[in-house]
Every structure is written in C-alpha cells, then in structure tokens.
Design a protein around this ligand. Structure first.
Ligand SMILES: Cc1ncc(COP(=O)(O)O)c(C=O)c1O
Length: 378
C-alpha cells in the first residue's frame, strides 16, 4: 500500500528533537522556528513532558468517557486558571477542526439558528462545518456546500453591522481567528472584536474565538483575542495544547447548558492526552512562558522591522509574519536548505515564524543572522 499523496513534503526525515532543535537521519541539526506548524509550545521532548507521559503510559493510556477520568478535571482546573476563565466549562476532543465543529454545533443547539458569519481568508479546519466556514473553495467538497455560512470582509465594521441589521436574528454564531494564520498573519482589530461582542450580545448570537493557532499563549496572551478586552462565548483550541500529542478542546461560557449526549467523542479527553496537556500547562506556568513569548516576540518583531528588504512585519508574540517582495519568495526555502532553519509560510513570500514559546533571544539572533545572510545574497 502507498500513502495517499496529499502533502507536498520536504525530503527530510526527522528522527530526533530537543528544545528548538531537530535532527535528521544523517545527524544534521536544524533549528525549528515552525514548531511543526505552531504545535510545539514547550519545546520538543521537554523533560517534564516526557516524564509525565511516560509515567501515564505505564499506568493507563486510554479508557472511554463512560468512566471518571480525574485528569480531565485537573486539566479543566489548570486551564481555567491559566486562561483566566475559571467559570467556563471544558469539552475535550482531538483536533482543531473538531473543536470548531463542536463550537459551531453548540452555538446552533443553544440559539436554534443556522447562519454562521465567517471572514475572508479564514481557516477553521477540514471537517464538514469547519471547512464550510473556511474561505478556500478548493478544499470545500460539494457535499459540504451550504448557504448557511456567510463570508464578510475581515475587519470591515460596516459590512458586519449591515449583516446584523439585515438578518441578525438568524445568525447563530460569528467565528473569528484573533490572528489569521493560514490567511497570512492578519490581526483582527481591537474595535472589530469589540463590535462582534456587542452585536452578538444585542442579537443573541454566539461569539466563537478560534484560538487553535493563535491561542494557548502564542501571542503572549493566553487567547490572542484577549487583547481586545472582551470575552468570547466559546474558545476553540488545539495545536499548542498537547505539544504534539493530538488534543483539542472548547472552553464554554457559563451561559450554555450541557445535556447528556449533546456532544461526544471516543478518544477526546483520554488519559494520555490529558497528561500531555497538563504537562504543557505545568511548564507554561513554571517557566513563565507567556512573559517569555511577549519578550522574545517583541524583540524579534522590532529587529525584523529593521531589514530594508522586509516589506512588512505582522503579528504579535511568537506568531509573526515576515512579508517579503514577491521576487524574494525563495528565501524561505533557502533558509531551510542553506541555513537549516525550518519556518512556515503563508503565500510563498510570507515567512511564518511559529516557534516554541520558550525560545531564547540567542535563538532569535541565530534566525536574524541567517535571514540577513539570505537577504544579502538576493
Ligand atoms: C485557525 C485554525 N483553526 C483550525 C485549524 C484546524 O486544526 P486541525 O488541523 O487540528 O484540525 C487550524 C489548522 O491549521 C487553524 O490554523
């Protein structure tokens, strides 16, 4: 059997990883400023993470949601504390798409409505509703197509107000990334997020903050939407939550009432996944990673802005987009091949930096030196 060929891959076989370094099968070291697509939050193979997961595996890896799993309650307690949302409730699942799927569904159960507002360039995942709320027709199958999702221009307050004026009492939810990741590191403005909050309050609509990529400390706030000073009704999360162990979740405001069978999953909230997520929160707290993210992120952004050939630097904390002129779209590839540095990309000319939240300024400097070298060679 061969693999179903859907990923354009780099011909590199990574066999070992530690902190922000990874090694291929020939022993060549790479610097990982991509974090496996914003997933590695506390660094590869963090000792506390390895120890917690190893111990858990020796005890029990999985049992279904038909029994008590105290680790789920511990995770909810720690997450409530770290995110500053003690009064929210936690539903655990396995991925970002699944988290958004459940968020959109829960909103619709809650207010009995069908319409969803999403925004241009949004990415919310590949399952049925999540992909329909994703602004990329190429990945939406005919079976997923529906008139229930309405796309509005990102950060356009007039268009949003107009949509609510026209059909506000039909809108079940508004879903928005605080910083669009796949869309090219574009930030929702503070006033836009506040407007969503006030329109949702006025019309009984659910505000869903997709924090799958921009959340879990990545911007220095726990959820990137926090900087607007308003609460969402539901936060979806995944990527950084398990530092590579598959886990997703939604954090749900007290206004929602749960009932048996309303949501569910076989694997969500299993012992191993909870142990991984708890280890991540332990490390985030003990090593003060939100502050480090802010600190190193501010430093990187300020330094990146000094490069003449960089057109724009976008993002916050350690979710940074470096916009280069179109003719320099080879730089990302060259950073990998010549400097052995993994980064992400949005369009070929936007380099996305999504490293572990515990990178140091020395690591940031290694990247800045390499970028300088690449830009000088252009
Ligand atoms: C903002 C956002 N939402 C949802 C998803 C989907 O997450 P997953 O790939 O875990 O299903 C992603 C993945 O890149 C994402 O960036």
């Amino acid at each position: 059997m061969d693999l179903f060929n859907v990923y354009p891959i780099n011909p590199i076989n990574i066999v070992r990883a530690k902190g922000s370094s990874v090694w291929d099968a020939t022993g060549t070291e790479y610097l990982d400023l991509y974090g496996g697509h914003a997933v590695i939050s506390i660094g590869h193979s963090h000792p506390h993470y390895v120890e917690t997961l190893t111990k858990q595996l020796h005890q029990i890896g999985f049992y279904s949601n038909s029994v008590e799993i105290p680790l789920q309650k511990q995770l909810a307690r720690q997450l409530g504390e770290m995110s500053g949302k003690d009064d929210y409730a936690l539903f655990l699942c396995n991925s970002g798409a699944e988290a958004n799927e459940n968020a959109l569904k829960l909103a619709s159960f809650h207010n009995g409505r069908k319409k969803i507002i999403a925004f241009t360039k949004a990415f919310h995942g590949r399952t049925s509703l999540a992909v329909t709320a994703t602004d990329n027709p190429a990945i939406v199958a005919p079976v997923n197509q529906t008139d229930n999702v309405v796309f509005l221009p990102f950060n356009d307050e007039e268009a949003l107000t107009g949509a609510f004026r026209d059909f506000g009492d039909e809108i079940s939810s508004v879903i928005i990334e605080g910083i669009q990741g796949v869309g090219g590191i574009r930030e929702a403005s503070v006033s836009f997020l506040r407007l969503i909050r006030s329109l949702c309050d006025q019309y009984g609509t659910v505000f869903i903050a997709d924090a799958v990529q921009c959340g879990y400390g990545r911007t220095g706030d726990f959820y990137s939407q926090d900087y607007a000073g308003v609460d969402a009704d539901i936060y979806s999360m995944a990527k950084g939550m398990g530092n590579g162990f598959p886990i997703g979740a939604i954090s749900i405001s007290p206004k929602f009432k749960a009932s048996f069978g309303m949501l569910g999953t076989t694997f969500g909230g299993n012992h191993l996944a909870c142990a991984a997520a708890i280890a991540v929160l332990d490390v985030m707290k003990k090593e003060n990673l939100l502050a480090n993210t802010q600190d190193v992120g501010d430093y990187l952004i300020a330094e990146l802005k000094k490069f003449d050939k960089v057109e724009e630097v976008r993002g916050r904390g350690l979710m940074i987009g470096v916009v280069l002129p179109a003719e320099l779209s080879n730089v990302k590839k060259d950073l990998l091949v010549k400097n052995r540095i993994f980064t992400g990309e949005a369009k070929p000319n936007i380099i996305r930096i999504l490293p572990a939240l515990n990178i140091t300024k020395e690591i940031a400097d290694t990247f800045l030196t390499a970028l300088d070298e690449r830009l000088k060679a252009c």
